[in-house]
Design a protein around this ligand. Structure first.
Ligand code: FAD
Length: 319
């Protein structure tokens, strides 16, 4: 039988890491962080391009940090290194390569069933993010183009003709990065890019002016076709173009099935119900942190603040 933890945290991204650090700093003793990948910060490792600038005020959201994690502007690498240091300095007990399957509450204790056994805790934080399931467009994606339709930059090489789809910061950053060595077009369904933060807006303007990135704004994609192994994109106005690769940067989805298995109640739109102040779900002692509570886009700083609020609430409710 595994020990009874004060707190089990599901997910080792910023929401989970922030929760673990705050819990240790504020005085919770027995904490376990469970992460399904081989290391923490899987979203950052997988979806951020190398040397990516990491903005504290992501998407222009100005956030005052409330807790004990001093997160500042940096890069992908400096952010991962900072989290590495925090986790080892605070000696956080973490299980990697361990996927949580469900959470059940009985007799005031949570049973957390995972691919590596069942763990027990007084409190549980679900911080699994949304990028486990990146958003896909509504039209069909031809199965034969599986390797040419991507959701991050992992498979990109050089000298390709690439279409990046999306209108947010990630899409702009992907397009500019790829524009250095490829022929890149950025497609967004609206006529103007309004969502990226000011730095990214200035960057895309510069890349567009120097024709490193072509902008195709105000037009939707109707469908995709396989043209001899390349991606034929048919636009809503009937025009078409062929690309070596298409990259969707259109965010992630709420893992509703997983939340149901954790007994998190959902509203009629399938979004989790929680107290915005404490992040507690309708099940006492079961909390939600990070991107999971957002319908559209959170940030690292917001996820870290959730960790502080949750652990403060756990400690105050124990007194
Ligand atoms: C391309 C891109 C660029 C971005 N740039 C910035 C930026 O510059 N600044 C900024 O503030 N924000 C940025 N963001 C947003 C930021 O990454 C997220 O807000 C943040 O990662 C959310 O943290 P999280 O802990 O909620 O989720 P995540 O970071 O997604 O972490 C969730 C973790 O849970 C794990 N997990 C999932 N399911 C399970 C399970 N069943 N069992 C165990 N573990 C599980 C995952 O493997 C993952 O490690 C960016 C996002 C993207 C996609």
């Amino acid at each position: 039988m595994s020990p009874l933890y004060d707190l089990i945290i599901i997910g080792g991204g910023p929401g989970g890491i922030g929760s673990a650090i705050e819990a240790k700093v504020l005085g919770l003793e027995k904490i376990l962080l469970i992460e399904k990948s081989e290391n923490h910060s899987d979203t950052i490792r997988k979806y951020y391009k190398d040397n990516k600038r990491v903005d504290k005020d992501w998407k222009g959201q100005t956030v005052e940090l409330e807790g004990n994690v001093e997160f500042v502007n940096g890069t992908k690498e400096s952010t991962i290194e900072y989290f590495d240091t925090m986790l080892s300095e605070r000696m956080i007990d973490a299980k990697y390569n361990c996927e949580v399957e469900k959470v059940v509450k009985g007799g005031g204790i949570f049973d957390v069933a995972t691919s590596c056994g069942i763990y027990h805790a007084h409190h549980v934080i679900v911080a699994v993010g949304r990028m486990g399931k990146p958003n896909k467009p509504s039209y069909k994606l031809p199965a034969t183009l599986k390797n040419r339709i991507n959701f991050n930059l992992d498979q990109c090489t050089h000298g390709e003709t690439i279409l990046v789809v999306g209108g947010g910061d990630s899409a702009v950053e992907y397009a500019c990065e790829l524009g250095e060595d490829n022929r890149v077009t950025l497609n967004y369904r609206k006529k103007e890019l309004t969502r990226p933060n000011p730095m990214n807006l200035a960057m895309i303007e510069q890349y567009a002016q120097s024709t490193l990135v072509l902008l195709k704004l105000g037009i939707e994609i109707d469908s995709l076709d396989d043209e001899e192994g390349r991606v034929k994109v048919i636009y809503a106005d009937g025009t078409s173009a062929v690309y070596d690769r298409i990259i969707y940067a259109i965010g992630g989805t709420t893992p509703t099935e997983f939340l149901k298995k954790c007994h998190v109640s959902l509203d009629t739109d399938g979004q989790p119900i929680f107290d915005p102040q404490t992040c507690e779900s309708e099940t006492a002692g079961l909390y939600l942190a990070g991107d999971i509570v957002f319908n559209s886009g959170g940030s690292i700083a917001i996820a870290l603040n959730h960790g502080y609020r949750i652990t403060s609430h756990i400690l105050s409710s124990r007194q």
